[in-house]
Design a binder for this molecule. Structure first.
Ligand SMILES: N[C@@H](CCC(=O)N[C@@H](CS)C(=O)NCC(=O)O)C(=O)O
Length: 84
């Protein structure tokens, strides 16, 4: 099991952006597909306090539920990029 978990939705362009960055950086992660219905997105709401995706969990680095694709991409570059 990978250390990172990405909550995502099929066909979500913001999720695709994060996945591209994870691949670029060669970072392994587990994927959790959230239901299309917002009312059923209880798990992602529990970890991040909202129902939007993508959401990243990286417990090893104290990230318990980070929303916003731009923030996630920036975090991944800072944490797993070659400059880190
Ligand atoms: N600004 C957000 C937008 C994400 C977004 O709109 N995600 C869609 C799926 S593609 C979603 O979950 N929308 C529901 C919501 O925002 O509550 C980001 O860049 O992460």
């Amino acid at each position: 099991m990978a250390n990172l978990t990405l909550y995502e939705l099929e066909g979500c362009p913001y999720c695709a952006k994060v996945k591209t960055k994870l691949s670029e950086l060669d970072v392994e992660y587990d994927s959790v597909m959230v239901p299309r219905s917002h009312g059923e997105r209880t798990e992602v709401e529990e970890v991040s306090g909202q129902t939007g995706v993508p959401v990243l969990v990286d417990e090893e680095h104290g990230v318990e539920g980070m929303p916003e694709s731009d923030d996630i991409v920036e975090y991944l570059e800072e944490t797993y990029g070659s400059a880190s």
